[in-house]
Design a protein around this ligand. Structure first.
Ligand code: SF4
Length: 260
């Protein structure tokens, strides 16, 4: 398998299908320190040279105090390659970590989102690219279905609340076998986040479940992704798509049960 070819084909397919990148865009890749966003950066740099449209690519990393080791190797690697990279230490996130070390993902990601928009404003970009993979989309679909009572995953493309930025996830069709192999083949340094080592989380349980099922059904995630792009609303329970008027608000008919 030609890894780079596979990667670019799948990233190109996502960009085209969801109109993610347009002529004149200035794209900033949110580098998390992991293999996925690093692979995304490499893919977009290659496409920047080859694509028939004009767009620019840079990268940034938000420091929230959660890296397991210093981020310097990533900076050195990018500098050697001449890739513009901004390292942004987010003081409010560091204070949060000190004051509430046990804070959850909701507050952490809220702080990160604000920091990401701060950096994007400084960089003068109009598109922010995130490294969520096909695996993340599949896990999000199951997590949302099981715990929020809503059939949804992640938006492949959307805009920030104030409309200033297009937010894109061009790795939607790329699985983590590809990002792992690609990052290794290129010798891209990876600096893990402490949270990636956590056990006993829903995310970890879903990962283990998928891994077990995929031993028997290797194309499981491809099928789940296809299903997300091929919704048969007549076989779900949302009256808005069934041409019927509910007698009572749908939310009241099916209360969400989060604990059993
Ligand atoms: S996994 Fe860790 S870094 Fe990610 S949102 Fe949750 S607390 Fe923040």
């Amino acid at each position: 398998m030609d890894l780079e070819k596979t990667l670019l084909r799948k990233v190109g397919e996502a960009i085209e299908r969801f109109n993610m990148i347009r002529d004149g865009d200035r794209v900033a890749v949110a580098l998390s320190g992991g293999k996925d966003s690093a692979t995304l950066l490499e893919a977009l740099l290659l496409l920047e040279k080859r694509a028939p449209i004009d767009f620019s690519v840079c990268a940034f990393t938000v420091e929230q105090g959660k890296f397991l080791s210093p981020i310097a190797p990533i900076g050195d690697y990018l500098k050697q390659r001449g890739i513009p990279w901004t390292y942004y230490t987010d003081a409010p996130s560091l204070n949060l970590l000190e004051e509430q070390p046990g804070h959850g993902c909701d507050v952490c990601s809220r702080f990160r989102r604000r920091a990401v928009y701060d950096v994007a404003a400084r960089l003068g970009v109009n598109v922010i690219a995130f490294g969520h993979t096909a695996d993340d989309f599949c896990e999000a679909l199951f997590r949302n279905t099981m715990f929020t009572g809503k059939l949804s995953a992640l938006p492949p493309v959307t805009t920030s609340r104030n409309g200033d930025y297009r937010l894109i996830r061009p790795l939607v069709f790329v699985n983590e076998q590809v990002t792992t192999a690609y990052a290794q083949s290129k010798g891209i340094p990876v600096v893990p986040c402490g949270c990636s080592q956590k056990t006993g989380t829903v995310r970890r349980s879903l990962r283990d479940l998928f891994a077990e099922l995929e031993r028997e059904y290797p194309y499981l995630k491809e099928n789940i992704l296809s299903a997300m792009g091929n919704v048969d609303t007549s076989r779900l329970l949302d009256p808005r798509f069934l041409g019927v008027e509910p007698e009572a608000p749908a939310a009241g008919l099916f209360p969400i049960v989060t604990e059993v």
